[in-house]
Design a protein around this ligand. Sequence first.
Ligand SMILES: Cc1ncc(COP(=O)(O)O)c(C=O)c1O
Length: 393
Amino acid sequence: MTDKKPLHPDTKLVVGGRRKDWLRGMVNVPVSRTSTVLFDTIGEMDAAYPPKDGRLSYGRNGTWTQWSLAEALTELEPGAAGTLLFPSGSAAVAIALTSVLSPGDELLMVDSAYGPTRHFCDRDLKRLGVTTRYYDPLATADEVEAMLSDKTRAIFMESPGSLTFEVQDVPGICAMAKARGLTTLLDNTWATSIFFTAIEKGIDLSIVACTKYVSGHSDLMMGAVTAAPSHFEKLSRTGRGFGQYVSPDDAYLAARGLRTLGVRLRQHELGAVKIAHWLKDQPQVGAILHPAFAESAGHELWRRDFTGSSGLFAFALKDADEAARDSFIESLQLFGIGYSWGGFESLAVPSDTRNLRTVTNRAQSGPLVRLHIGLEDPDDLIADLARALTQSG
Ligand SMILES: Cc1ncc(COP(=O)(O)O)c(C=O)c1O
């Protein structure tokens, strides 16, 4: 192409990672499985190392099937140097943290982090001699700065936060961290690079659980870390050191999901916003915890920094106890009860933060329900919610 204008995200989703020599005339980069790679000479075998994308060396270092997906994810993040794939989102979080922390270091972790991320910090990082201190997701950059000690090495953000959806001042915290030489990490699973370009906002290591929207079909587990140039080498070394690998079959499926990420996300967003607006008008419903709603914590930051909202949010059931909340969820017919989200199907789960917060546990106007709005017609989902609200109310 002669025109150097940057491509729009939807176009990047279609063309990303589809190098001609990987496609070999096909539309999709094929699944290429291998452990051993054969060479004609010892010299050629030696020349295959150190491993790098585009050069076959050994199965664990991938083939075009994984390289293509990683390249497509990198291209969605202006300013990024590269992406490493992991067998789950949690593995991506654990290795990203391990790549930047050493014994004696301190990590500042947002209090609204995904539960298993907290557990990794409190158990595994602690065992490795790293101290984790938690901070309020609504803390300003100055307030986070006031918590730093001379041992702080990294600040982890998740925006919006798990279960309660607080939006953080990611650019502000990154600017402060950069001036102090600290590493910043973000769990960007909710927005993905389509709604929040993390690296250009100042993040060093951006993590996405591809299990959710990237795959989009609830049929695989995968994580990805996209790194700024200053952090890609370190991340690659640690990832390879821990033998991290994803199968070409899973990489192919994730790449297939990725091509439609833009249209799916916008459809999830439309459905979720419509349903959240309807819920807001119901007498049994209290707070709406959805970043696109003015009443949701950090809404102004969402307006400033994000280009959309996805299909996951929570709401409070007024005048209900937890048993009534649970029976409301169980009486839904179009919403499955189960972990995860980001697939084509709608889900509902209790959203309990009781054992998952240590510095903030804001009072809510009733027990919380977390909804993932899938690709069904929102009017059918509203009818299901209306019936369940009446039945359990
Ligand atoms: C925000 C967030 N980050 C990370 C993960 C972990 O992803 P995985 O289940 O692929 O390990 C999840 C999973 O629910 C999540 O919700």
